[in-house]
Design a binder for this molecule. Sequence first.
Ligand SMILES: CC(=O)N[C@H]1[C@@H](OP(=O)(O)O)O[C@H](CO)[C@@H](O)[C@@H]1O
Ligand SMILES: [Mg+2]
Length: 525
Amino acid sequence: MAQFQEVLKQSALHPKPAGLVLQYGTSGFRTNAKQLDHIMFRMGLLATLRSKKTKATIGVMVTASHNPEEDNGVKLIDPMGEMVTQDWEEHATQLANYMLCNVLGPCFAWLFCFCSFIVGTSSGSLSAFLSFPSILLDYGLVTTPQLHYMVCCQNTQGKYGEATVEGYYTKFCQAFIQLTKNVRSRSHLCLDGANGIGALKVREMESHLKKELQISLNNDGSKGRLNHQCGADYVKVQQKPPTGIKINPGERCCSFDGDADRIVYYYTDSEGTFHLLDGDKMATLISTFLKELLTQAGLDLKIAVVQTAYANGSSTHYLENTMKVLVRCTKTGVKHLHHVAQEFDVGVYFEANGHGTVLFSKAAEEKIQQLAEDTNVNDKRKKAALLLRNTINVINQTVGDAISDMLLIEAILAIKGMTIQQWDTIYTDLPNRQLKVKVADRRVIDTTDAERRAVTPAGLQEAIDNLVKKYRQARSFVRPSGTEDVVRVYAEADTQESADALAHEVSLAVYRLAGGVGDEPKPLH
Ligand SMILES: CC(=O)N[C@H]1[C@@H](OP(=O)(O)O)O[C@H](CO)[C@@H](O)[C@@H]1O
Ligand SMILES: [Mg+2]
């Protein structure tokens, strides 16, 4: 009990602002950094509890990801490096919003024995955690996926790799060098680090790459502001390159987000037109590559691509009809994609915004390993098995990771001798538009079928269906955002004008039927 009094005393140093209610959402807690002090402290407590419950080391990552510089956030990482479970998201919300003694008092006696957590930050202070007896390691500045990797390494006794930043670079860079060792020299990559932690870490990693990948690093944090007119989210949403970077026509470019768990690729052509290669294009390239290797290796493993409703219709069509790959659709939020991907031998998952990775089942990894070591197989099968083994090692399976995804994409392009333009022409995206509508209470919209159909309010889905019928190759859906107080509207159609018009008309239907506030949405043109 003496310990509990001590925690209450410590907690009083991190008071909860009166009336502030925060919810643990898709990306943990995320808001203006000034309002987060009590949350940081309480998440230290929750990490201790979670560690106790799972009998393993837990991660606490402090990051605002792609949000503006004045924001910050915090989220918990579960033992194998995955997102914390849904029931513990609930506990997090409770702990954040109620009196500590009511939530924690009854279970306090056993709280601090035999538990540990580790912390990392993409920017901002970790001081709220340092007084905890259960803190095992403070990794200081790391990317979000690096902390996910550390948690997994800690809990697998180093089987996944060494639980240090050096261990991370060694594992992924060695795999990249092995993968590309028989490939001719390649052109360099232009990287936008979003003025975030990813830039710093790529710089640290460069010596491990032994000049096998030439990167010109922009927005490295030396002058610009975090995520300001740069980074993966800006490039994806604005559909244009980061400001202030000179891009030569045809040059292969990519952008990380602020905590380096998302990546998008792009280039401009000789006419100056911008071409984006998003999560869907990455999922297609990666799954095609893996499927070909599995066939060459003669391995009968079930591969699937997991997407959300935001995946461009062209990508789904190409994967299902041309590639004959199984495609599954889930709710938005990487934890949903991750769980579905775990159902397959090889599960490739990506959100359109560039967050994604590949998961291999234990059985798949074992079969690939056995084949790679088998001395009685022909050269073709052996070569494919070795490539598959190195591909597994270049992937961070704990979570979508911009650095590891970049190494994987660079390796695939090099092995296939493919330019970014050739990759881009695998299929052509359907023109699309995303809009936001402000409503009084976004919870009035309830959805089903992986968020592709609205169940409430009455009449909304019918209205959307009727609008979609007016356009060719059209699709549209609406859903309440999990991270912003808005309803998101998505539309795609055969032309940009049609996609824009449909998105606008659906926005109007949301505004009228779901309690829109402020001015009526205006047409885009
Ligand atoms: C359309 C879109 O990009 N939605 C994003 C966004 O979620 P919303 O629930 O749409 O606000 O933030 C999530 C967390 O970063 C990310 O997983 C998701 O893809
Ligand atoms: Mg992020």
